[in-house]
Design a protein around this ligand. Structure first.
Ligand code: GRG
Length: 299
């Protein structure tokens, strides 16, 4: 793979999701204008769009059409954006900076940020239920809504966040740390791949299993690298406050495995992710490039 292939792929997917988000998000001129402005502020702009890119790459690996993937790509990004808006609130991480600019509650106010997160979450499910660019029947739509709801709720991301809050300032072991991240970060990454595969017509079950294992591996690798970047990353390219984990006395992979051990773990997970794609042909190459991107990224 050349760097250009990956960059072109990322640019293409990011442009698609940005355009589709722009369409789905209510205009600022529509009442309630401040809430709509806050939703657009949080969702449009400088995110890496890893989760939507995974929706496109997983769907395309199984020959789903790109046009059918815009809706699920936006749904996962809206859920992710909601989680960032709420995570940044004073009651949680109390952060001032996100994606290189002021967090939603600093730009607007706390109440508006809470409502914006709530409304972004609802919009994600509405898109899956209703969007007509996605040629899915009612059964597939219900499967997609179930997958995203499981990944988002108390048995997924929100549950992982609760485990994270409970672990702050306390010593936990590697198994507990892994369990927390499988839920907090991994569940939505896994759902992104699932939503992409659900747009494929009659996929080979072995391929679907391989993709699911791929998603579990890169979901965990994503978090290991996130922890490493909190120590080694450049604050300007990160676009968020660096060193917060240590300042908040949060358990992380580097705190349990050291930096070198964490880098090794990320590489091992990358290899396991690639191995699980063995049954898939060249249409899965973007997923192979993305495994490298997730482990080697600098932001
Ligand atoms: C508030 C219900 C609720 C959940 C919050 C995802 C999450 C749970 C909190 C985000 C805090 C955080 C730093 C998590 C670690 C990994 C992670 C999700 C990083 C942010 O995702 P990126 O790097 O962000 O994909 P961009 O801005 O590129 O979209």
């Amino acid at each position: 793979m050349s760097d250009n292939q990956l960059e072109n792929y990322l640019d293409r997917c990011r442009a698609r999701v940005e355009a589709a988000l722009n369409e789905y998000l209510p205009l600022e001129s529509i009442q309630p204008t401040r809430l709509h402005a806050a939703m657009r502020y949080a969702a449009l702009g400088n995110g890496k769009r890893v989760r939507p890119v995974l929706v496109y790459a997983a769907g395309e690996a199984l020959s789903a059409s790109e046009d059918a993937l815009d809706a699920p790509a936006c749904a996962v990004e809206l859920i992710h954006t909601y989680s960032l808006v709420h995570d940044d609130l004073p009651a949680m991480d109390n952060d001032d900076l996100r994606r290189g600019r002021k967090t939603c509650h600093r730009e607007f106010d706390e109440a508006t940020a809470i409502l914006a997160g709530d409304a972004l979450q609802s919009l994600a499910f509405k898109i899956l239920a209703w969007d007509k660019t996605m040629p899915a029947n009612a059964e597939t739509r219900i499967s997609m809504i179930e997958s995203l709801a499981m990944a988002t709720g108390s048995r997924g991301m929100a549950g992982g966040q609760a485990l994270d809050l409970a672990a702050t300032g306390r010593e936990i072991n590697l198994t507990e740390l892994e369990n927390m991240h499988i839920h907090k970060t991994g569940a939505l990454i896994r759902a992104s791949v699932q939503l992409g595969t659900l747009q494929a017509a009659d996929p080979d079950p072995e391929h679907v299993r391989g993709l699911d294992h791929y998603a579990k591996c890169i979901g965990l690798a994503f978090q290991v690298v996130d922890d490493i970047l909190d120590i080694e990353g450049d604050p300007e390219s990160l676009g968020k406050t660096k060193g917060k984990d240590m300042a908040n006395n949060k358990p992380t992979y580097p705190s349990l495995l050291g930096l070198e051990g964490s880098h090794r773990m990320a590489k091992r997970l990358q290899q396991e992710a690639l191995d699980s794609l063995c049954p898939l042909d060249a249409k899965a190459d973007p997923l192979r490039w993305l495994a490298g991107y997730i482990v080697d990224r600098s932001r």
